[in-house]
Structure formats: structure tokens, C-alpha cells
Design a protein around this ligand. Structure first.
Ligand code: UTP
Length: 471
């Protein structure tokens, strides 16, 4: 056995099985295995064994002092219209001053969608089948043009999809953005372990590593140098969104204005849950902190609780849209405060002789961090309400709810709404879905007002019919 110090360290930590097939590996395979092992923080794994494996993993959430979180309602739900328009102006000022960057987390595995390739390359618009990445790129470009200040866009990838993501952007010429303002970096990985906390091999010469969750974005922002670059560029506000939601307002001036005006270190958008069982995390407060409690953790009787007016008490659903203060992100990146969550999974591995093993039942654990777990660490955290129709229709599943079909229909409803508000006559059904399939680029209009302005300039006005594309 070679005497690489790393191998000895693993042996001393009780993780020597990682090198069980070392002698039979080629020099290249050995090098690769050592590099993977070098990524692993053994003290962290030992700590996770102690906190997530040894204690009762099914321990219920501590409900002591858990209350629904306050949030800033929209004007149509009782919010202060003047404060909303002030927030918008403040946000626009920040955008003109170049203080804001867009940030997409695009490192997930997209298992539910079952699409072969980075999820951001998934074709999503109704007519031209633009990719998710192109939709975001055009929204970011539109904001840059409107505020006369091109934005930087940071994209977190995984080891698995990094190259494919970069080459997709190269192939499409960065969708009209300057390549100097689009920054890719990989998220971290965590090893999977068996139920005894032993690190699992994926094959004789490689460790079962998987992305460390969207919460890994905070560490990755720090490690990659992205936060340093932001500082150099005068960016102090990071607009965080997921790769799977084509409706998201990547850059939302009112949200930015609320966040800055309140001196918040981390702000989030909420939607009133459509029904008690809707699978969204819940914004809550506990011991003076803002927290998100996952739908699987909040007892159903609390999810169904209503107030005197029959409104759900725990109504504020999280849709994974956040703003982060740059200094706060730096603090979180350095501090290692985010907890890991365990997920019991079927993890392909090898048996004692090194033969591939495809388990039929969960045989181990993956560790992931969640970005919303940063909220309790933020000063003055803030939650504001948003409209579902303008911000949220993710592509998660191949079929059914939150699928390409529902997301396409929601895009069409938005297009029809904006067109009708501008005086076009688009027939829609009772759900707002138009009978015709058309499309508009965010560069033509990315909200009701900008659509109306572009539409007003169009002469002659086209007939809105099947296949029309407004760019
Ligand atoms: P999801 O929780 O929907 O996971 O990610 P997923 O991996 O994309 O899909 P499934 O669960 O395998 O079907 C929400 C967002 O967080 C990002 C995803 O890319 C998506 O934008 N994410 C998730 C990461 O960037 N890294 C991760 O490790 C996990």
C-alpha cells in the first residue's frame, strides 16, 4: 500500500475503505481518487455522522414558539401603495448605480424532469422553444438596457454540468450578453455515506460524490472569487433565483428597493399558499429568527390551521427567490454556519469485491445544504409578497404539476394578460389561457408597462395569432 499521507489520514478517520481497491488502480485512476479524496473535509463528515446519523434522524421539528412570519403585502392585499412605489424607485436607483448582480443556481441534478443535459438548456417557451438560460439572459439584458447599466450574471453549475453549460453559452454567443459579464463557477460536492457513516465508493476508483445543495452556493460564491469580483465592481446586492422558473423576475426593482430600504441582509419573496397541502416551504419565526420550515416538516394540522377569517395561518409559501447582501454572503461563505440535511437515497456503489451494486432500497445518505437556512443568520430579514402569475411557474416534473406543460400555459397566460392590458384583443378561457400560441421576448416587454410601451410603438399592429413572436 502506498504511503500517501492522505490515505493514512483516511485510515485514521476510519474511512480507509475509500482506498480498498487502490493497488489495482491505474496511476491515472489513483490520481483521480486522491484528488476526490482531497475535496473531502473528514472532520465535517465525522461531525455529520454525530449530528445526523447517530441521533434519531426522524426527530420531529421543534415547534416551540413557531409562528407565521410577517410579510409586506402587495397593495391589492392591504399593502401601502406609496411604500411600494418608493421601493421601486429606490431599486431602480440601485440598478442605475450598478449595485445589483443576477445569480442563478443551476447545479441541480433535475432527476424529476428526467432531461439529459443541464436544466438551464431545457426548451421552455411556447413557440420558439427558447431555453431557460435564454429567457433569463434576455430578462437580464432588458434590465441592463432599461437602467443603462449592464448587469453581471453569476451562474453556479455542478461538476457534472459545468462544461456543457459553458459551451451552451458559447454556442449561443451568450444570448447577446457580454461574455465578460457572465461568470460560471462550480458548486461543492459532498460524499455519500452508508448508514454507519462510511464514505461510499461509486466505483473501485471513484467516490460517490454529489452536489452539496443550493445552500452550497454561499460557500461556492466565496471560494470561486465571485464575491471579490462583486466587491471590485461595486455590487452589494445579489439577486438569487433558481434555474427552473421561467416566470421569475430575475431583476425586480421593487424587491430590491424594499431590501435596501429596510437594511435587510437577506430578503425573500412569498406567495400565499393556494391550498393547505401545497408543497411549499413556510416562512415562520422562531425565537426571534426568520426560518423556512419545509412542507414535510410542518405538521399537517398546522398547515391547515386558519384564522378568524378562514385564511390559512401559515400562508406564506417560499418560492426560492431571494436577495442577499454581499457582505452577508461573505460572512456565510466563511462561517460554515449552514446546517446539512440528510436525504436517504439509493446510491450506486460497489460490493466488497468491487462489483457494481445497484441498490433496490436506500443504502446510504446524501448531504445537502439549503439556501433558506441562511435566513436566521441575517440581520433585518424581510419577506415581501409577490404575484404567482408574475413570478412563479417552475419546471420540476416531466408531467403533471410544475411541468413543461403548466409552465408553458402560465407563460401564455402572462403574454395574453399583458397584451390585453395594452388593448390587444386576445380571446382567453376562464383560466386566462389564450386559444392561440404566441410568444414575446423579454426584450420586447418584461412586464405590463414595458410591453404596453413596445406595443404602442408597433405600427401596424400585428394580429396576435398562432406562431406570432414579438421580439
Ligand atoms: P431542486 O430542489 O428542484 O433540485 O433544485 P434539482 O436537482 O434541480 O431537481 P431534482 O430534485 O433532482 O428533480 C432547486 C434549484 O436549486 C439548484 C437547482 O439547479 C435548481 O435551480 N440546485 C439544487 C443547485 O444548484 N445545486 C444543488 O445541489 C441542488
Amino acid at each position: 500500500m502506498s504511503t500517501s499521507p492522505l490515505i493514512e489520514t483516511f485510515q485514521q478517520a476510519g474511512q480507509g475503505q475509500v482506498f480498498a481497491f487502490w493497488e489495482g488502480l491505474s496511476p491515472e485512476e489513483q490520481e483521480n481518487l486522491l484528488a476526490q479524496a482531497g475535496e473531502i473535509d473528514l472532520a465535517e463528515i465525522a461531525e455529520l455522522k454525530r449530528t445526523l446519523l447517530d441521533k434519531d434522524a426522524s426527530a420531529a421539528l421543534d415547534l416551540e414558539g413557531l409562528e407565521p412570519a410577517p410579510y409586506e403585502p402587495l397593495p391589492e392585499h392591504g399593502g401601502d401603495a406609496a411604500a411600494w412605489s418608493e421601493a421601486r424607485e429606490r431599486g431602480e436607483e440601485a440598478l442605475r448605480a450598478g449595485r445589483v448582480a443576477a445569480f442563478t443556481v443551476a447545479g441541480g441534478q433535475g432527476t424529476r424532469l428526467g432531461y439529459d443535459g443541464p436544466k438551464g438548456t431545457f426548451p421552455v417557451t411556447p413557440v420558439t422553444k427558447k431555453s431557460l438560460f435564454q429567457v433569463f439572459a434576455e430578462k437580464i439584458r432588458a434590465a441592463g438596457e432599461r437602467y443603462d447599466q449592464p448587469l453581471h450574471w453569476f451562474i453556479m453549475t455542478s461538476h457534472q454540468n459545468h462544461e456543457a453549460t459553458e459551451s451552451f453559452f458559447q454556442k449561443h454567443d451568450y444570448f447577446g450578453l457580454s461574455s465578460e459579464r457572465v461568470h460560471f463557477f462550480r458548486q461543492g460536492r459532498m460524499p455519500a455515506v452508508d448508514f454507519e457513516g462510511k464514505i461510499l465508493l461509486e466505483s473501485k476508483g471513484s467516490i460517490a460524490l454529489s452536489p452539496d445543495g443550493h445552500g452550497g452556493s454561499l460557500r461556492a460564491l466565496g471560494r470561486s472569487g465571485a464575491l471579490e469580483l462583486m466587491e471590485k465592481e461595486g455590487i452589494d446586492t445579489i439577486s438569487y433565483f433558481q434555474v427552473d422558473n421561467p416566470l421569475v423576475r430575475c431583476i425586480d426593482p421593487a424587491f430590491i428597493g424594499w431590501h435596501i430600504g429596510r437594511g435587510s441582509e437577506m430578503s425573500s419573496k412569498m406567495l400565499p399558499k393556494a391550498y393547505a397541502e401545497e408543497k411549499l416551504g413556510h416562512f415562520c419565526t422562531q425565537n426571534g429568527h426568520l426560518v423556512v420550515v419545509e412542507y414535510s416538516d410542518l405538521p399537517m394540522e398546522l398547515q391547515r390551521q386558519t384564522d378568524a377569517n378562514g385564511k390559512l395561518r401559515f400562508i406564506a409559501g417560499s418560492i426560492a427567490i431571494h436577495l442577499l447582501d454581499r457582505d452577508f454572503a461573505s460572512r456565510m461563505a466563511a462561517g460554515g454556519d449552514l446546517p446539512f440535511h440528510r436525504a436517504d437515497k439509493k446510491i450506486p456503489t460497489v460490493d466488497a469485491s468491487g462489483n457494481p451494486l445497484k441498490p433496490e432500497a436506500p443504502n446510504g445518505i446524501k448531504f445537502e445544504m439549503f439556501v433558506f437556512d441562511a435566513l436566521p443568520f441575517a440581520h433585518n430579514p424581510l419577506v415581501i409578497e409577490t404575484r404567482r402569475a408574475d413570478d412563479f411557474s417552475p419546471v420540476k416534473n416531466a408531467e403533471g404539476a410544475d411541468s413543461p406543460q403548466t409552465s408553458r400555459d402560465d407563460q401564455l397566460r402572462q403574454f395574453a394578460r399583458w397584451a390585453n392590458a395594452a388593448g390587444a384583443n386576445v380571446a382567453v378561457d376562464e383560466s386566462g389561457l389564450p386559444a392561440v400560441t404566441f410568444e414575446m421576448s423579454p426584450l420586447f416587454g418584461d412586464d405590463e408597462a414595458s410591453f404596453a410601451a413596445s406595443w404602442g410603438r408597433l405600427e401596424p399592429k400585428p394580429v396576435i395569432g398562432d406562431g406570432l413572436v414579438l421580439e
